[in-house]
Write a protein that binds this ligand. Structure first.
Ligand code: SAH
Length: 265
């Protein structure tokens, strides 16, 4: 058996606010064709396990039946170490972008540890992902389609990205290649050689909540006039991909700030 660079079970497809059961079935089929099985639904706006979903899944309906339904995006990606939002258009605040190929190229490094999880997040058929949802993602991925007609059907978008991920998985990984990311790659790889596991989405969201509270306490941030402060800080920290040790240092700094602010009052 070939030594695969990672397991496809480490990839999760997350559908937010889907409104057509047929699309959920179509996504399940696209996933199963590419060997993916981890499907999660966030607040679907339709009944999920309908005859239309089952018929469009044509044999992949077990994925629909097994898909957990979450109330929020945060719940669906809590354990993910890389969250990537799929979006056809760029939004008010530019965000670090992947092409589908760059995403698949990154997977082998991202998923060297078996605990690592990548979540690919897809939006609503009519309105995509909200800014708030996109600002919870480390990276965005855009399929470079016809600029005059760039929005793909949901299941088609999942198909394209799942295919790219499968191609990365199919790459043979001869022994020794990329086993030492410090030598072979730029430093921003988080393989076996990194000294602390990456922070999960859950760790990061708790950090952002703490950061906002501390910035209010020191009167740097006025929630009545938020401007884009928190969005810009999110982008900064998500771009840096903090590990668990770094997040705990940052939270220690925030706690010290809060204590000083409290004593000063
Ligand atoms: N009308 C919506 C697009 C909805 S398509 C909008 O303007 O945002 C449903 C979902 O499929 C999108 O939220 C996105 O996750 C995915 N998708 C569609 N086309 C895409 C593209 N070209 N690149 C990346 N994702 C795409």
């Amino acid at each position: 058996m070939l030594d695969r660079p990672f397991s496809l079970a480490q990839l999760r497809i997350v559908l937010v606010g889907t409104s057509h059961p047929g699309n959920i079935g179509g996504v399940a089929r696209a996933m199963k064709n590419m060997g993916l099985a981890d499907l999660a639904l966030v607040a679907p706006r339709c009944e999920v396990r309908t005859s239309e979903a089952i018929s469009r899944a044509s044999g992949a309906d077990a994925l629909v039946a097994a898909a957990p339904i979450h109330a929020s995006l945060d719940d669906a990606v809590a354990d993910a170490t890389l969250v990537v939002g799929a979006s056809a258009r760029s939004r008010t605040l530019p965000w670090p972008m992947f092409t589908p190929r760059q995403l698949s190229d990154a997977l082998a490094d991202e998923l060297t540890s078996r605990e690592a999880r990548v979540a690919l997040v897809f939006g609503r058929e009519d309105s995509g992902l909200t800014n708030d949802e996109l600002q919870r993602c480390h990276r965005h991925v855009c399929i470079p389609a016809n600029p005059d007609f760039s929005s793909l059907n949901l299941a088609a978008a999942v198909q394209v990205l799942a295919y790219e991920c499968r191609q990365a998985w199919l790459q043979d990984s001869p022994p020794g290649v990329n086993k030492n990311p410090r030598i072979d790659k730029e430093p921003a790889t988080f393989g076996l050689e990194w000294d602390s596991p990456l922070a999960s989405h859950d760790d990061l969201e708790r950090f952002f909540t703490h950061l906002e509270r501390a910035l209010i306490a020191v009167e740097f941030h006025d929630p009545a006039k938020p401007r884009q402060l928190m969005a810009r800080l999110r982008r900064l920290y998500l771009r840096a991909r903090p590990d668990q040790m770094e997040i705990s240092i940052l939270r220690g700094i925030l706690t010290a700030m809060e204590k000083k602010a409290k004593n000063a009052r």
